[in-house]
Design a protein around this ligand. Structure first.
Ligand SMILES: [Zn+2]
Length: 720
């Protein structure tokens, strides 16, 4: 039994746990140092926090995590058991899919807090030892599989072993990245005795096994579970210690006996018990949230807080409608206050009665189990703003429940008025742009001209000095890029970006080498983090190309010839003259995309469909691309109008520039130039094949490349 004085849990009962969370970090709550309070001054607030569930099945844990503010990714081989939750389909025993999953984990590592594994115990279940169930496939002496199994059972055990081993590889990978893991199986499952599982346990730097029974976490049966965890961020502490609850015999249990259901099928309760009870999931999610807060993650409750951590999250919402779902936080937080009460364990009836007395709309936002018997301490309780419910008696184990109390209508309106129009919160303009706008509205014209002239003079001079080096650089460019990049002062571009301390100077190196249109795009620091994983590896694509190519060529050959076909064919040959593409004879070793014409007014735009050739499926991104569009312009205008007396504003003139053949100003790298082809309908019959030199319109990688260049140019424009 522990008492409150030695206990960290009191610290957690403050309001920061509202499901809407106030964004407070634990260290701001209390001065005292306990296991719950981090004194680490260097913790940076991170934007969003991710939990991954592997072998997710019903996805109940992912769902519970999402409900309290996490991002959650549920991974499983198929989606048949998922309860209304999107599944990342992945067979971890397939090498290519396994690799993609590891790449995804790597790409998310900054925001990834925890991975949970729930491997199937089907072949390892002790229930098999009890008739009338299926026969056992493993034993204490042969945990990796009985020696004389029938062929079919042998295959089942081999498949299960392969998935266990794949899982262990993923867990090791995560731990090496500093990500905590948990792994669950029934206490008596032979899984725990498998040779490779024992080896894994030996490999782990330190691990904890928490044992509990499901009936104490909302389950109908007294199932014993072992919950193994390893947290590389704090190896000595069992993150899940508070789950350790064994049946208190205060309730009845549903039977384990197999029964015949209404449709005459025999049902084994072991299968239905494989899904976690919802209460258990909520408790686990709350444990993870406490850990996330400790690690400096924030869970913003209002739009203002959200924009504080991520100024770009609402950029596109300035003048359009708000998106569905929970991507943007509300302007006024849902709860006016939080109340923390200590209840006895699993006192659901008392909790429901208590909720009835609170204002309508109140709900439980967070819950923390006390880890054994709990002794009351008035002083600590007062500090933590904790009250005990009448049904709890001193020394009893319990659970601290945090209730969110919604705002009264009047309070809501007052708060909304205080916040003002959301436009003022959303339309944030970066400081350098603000300075520029202020100067434009109020600064002196002479000074501005002088500044621009000196910038131009300095770099014009430098461009002359670099002339010889630029010539050498161009001479050594890959052949297919020499024409495309001709006349571009690439070294000058690089020097200007370096001079301005731009984060993505590397973009110039990629211009010089050519952009890649498969694999992972680099993290540039220009855009917000946001991972979009590739669906295929390049190796998978290469294996698919002969079949894909054949079907694309057939479709092109059979397509009807009309006026657009003629135009596309002619323009395609003009592109050959410009060096953007080059004719080819064979598709061997290549991936073929389909070119078609899209009528845009009088113009026919050439679209190269790299989605049907699956090239786009191999492209992954770690950042969300953003185009500076009309929203930006509106925000700038709003800033101008807010800042100055409208009558003193100068007359504004707008001007738009169109970029000439924007994408075709830059090229792909040599490997992609040889690998990527387009196929065009020949009006005279059949098709023509061409290899790609310049960025094709229709490949995701082209968009990344082009937007990186645009952002670099815009940066120079703002910072000159
Ligand atoms: Zn029980």
């Amino acid at each position: 039994m522990r008492n409150a004085r030695s206990h960290g849990n009191l610290e957690s009962s403050s309001s920061e746990f509202g499901s809407e969370g106030s964004g407070l970090q634990p260290k701001e709550l209390h001065g005292s140092s306990t296991e719950f309070v981090s004194e680490e001054p260097s913790i940076q607030s991170k934007k969003s926090c991710l939990v991954i569930e592997i072998f997710a099945g019903s996805c109940r844990l992912s769902k519970a995590c999402k409900e309290i503010g996490f991002r959650a990714t549920a991974v499983d081989k198929d989606e048949s058991r998922a309860e209304h939750f999107p599944i990342y389909q992945c067979d971890v025993t397939n090498k290519a899919e396994h690799d993609l999953l590891l790449q995804y984990i790597e790409a998310e590592k900054e925001e990834l807090l925890h991975i949970h594994f729930a491997p199937s115990c089907g072949t390892a279940s002790r229930a098999r030892e009890r008739p009338p169930g299926p026969p056992p496939l493993r034993s204490n002496d042969h945990p990796d599989g009985l020696p004389d199994l029938k062929e079919k059972d042998k295959q089942r055990v081999a498949a299960a072993n392969a998935s266990y081993q794949a899982m262990i590889a993923i867990a090791k990978f995560a731990i090496a990245l500093g990500i905590s893991i948990s792994l669950e199986n029934p206490k008596n499952s032979l899984f725990w005795r498998c040779s490779f599982v024992l080896q894994f346990l030996e490999w782990l730097p330190k691990y904890h096994i928490c044992e509990f029974q499901h009936c104490m976490h909302g389950g109908r049966r007294n199932k014993f579970t072992h919950w193994l965890s390893c947290n590389p961020r704090a190896l000595e502490v069992d993150l899940f210690q508070s789950l350790h609850l064994l049946c208190d015999q205060q309730h009845s249990h549903a039977s384990w006996a197999p029964y015949i259901d209404d449709s005459g099928r025999q049902i084994f309760p072991t299968a239905s018990e494989a899904s976690y009870p919802e209460l258990l999931c909520t408790r686990i999610a709350c444990i993870l949230k406490a850990e996330a807060l400790k690690q400096g993650f924030v869970f913003p409750s209002t739009l203002e807080d959200q924009l504080e951590t991520n100024p770009n999250s609402a950029k596109r919402q300035i003048f359009t409608t708000q998106p569905r779902g929970k991507r943007l936080r509300p302007l006024v937080s849902e709860f006016q206050a939080y109340k923390s009460f200590l209840f006895p364990l699993n006192a659901e009836t008392a909790v429901q009665q208590f909720l009835q007395q609170l204002p309508k709309g109140s709900r439980v936002c967070h819950r923390t189990l006390t880890e054994g018997g709990f002794f009351w301490d008035d002083k600590l309780a007062e500090e933590a703003n904790l009250e005990a419910h009448q049904s709890w008696t001193n020394g009893q184990p319990g659970e601290i429940l945090h209730f969110g109390i919604p705002r009264e209508p009047h309070d809501f309106i007052t708060e909304a008025i205080n916040k003002g129009h959301p436009r003022d919160i959303v339309a944030r303009v970066p400081q350098p742009v603000k300075d520029l706008l202020t100067d434009l509205a109020c600064g002196s014209l002479d000074k501005r001209f002088a500044k621009r002239a000196s910038f131009m003079k300095r770099w014009l001079k430098r461009s002359l000095e670099l002339k010889e080096e630029e010539r050498k650089l161009h001479e050594n460019l890959p052949g297919h890029l020499q024409g495309i990049l001709k006349g571009k002062r690439l070294l000058l571009f690089q020097e200007i970006l370096n001079d301005l301390n731009y984060v993505d100077v590397a973009v110039v190196d990629e211009v010089i080498a050519g952009f890649k249109l498969t694999g992972w795009a680099p993290r540039t620091g220009v855009f917000d983090p946001d991972v979009r994983r590739p669906q295929l590896t390049l190796d998978q694509l290469k294996k698919m190309t002969p079949g894909l190519n054949a079907s694309i060529l057939r479709a092109v050959d059979e397509s009807p010839v009309d006026q657009t076909t003629e135009q596309v064919w002619q323009e395609t040959w003009q592109e050959v003259d410009k060096g953007w593409i080059r004719p080819a004879n064979s598709t061997v070793g290549c991936s073929v995309a389909k070119r078609f014409g899209l009528q845009q007014g009088a113009k026919t735009r050439m679209i190269d469909d790299f989605s049907i050739s699956k090239v786009n499926h191999t492209y992954g991104m770690k950042e969300r691309l953003r185009v500076q569009a009309v929203d930006e312009l509106c925000a700038y205008l709003a800033t101008l109008m807010d800042g100055a007396n409208p009558s003193s504003l100068p007359r504004l003139k707008g001007r738009t520039f169109d970029l000439k053949s924007a994408y075709k100003q830059y090229g792909v790298d040599t490997w992609h130039s040889n690998f990527l082809q387009i196929c065009v309908r020949d009006p005279a019959g059949g098709h023509g094949l061409f290899n790609v030199n310049a960025l094709p319109f229709g490949a995701t990688g082209s968009v990344t490349g082009f937007l990186r260049i645009s952002n670099a140019l815009a940066f120079i424009g703002i910072h000159d």
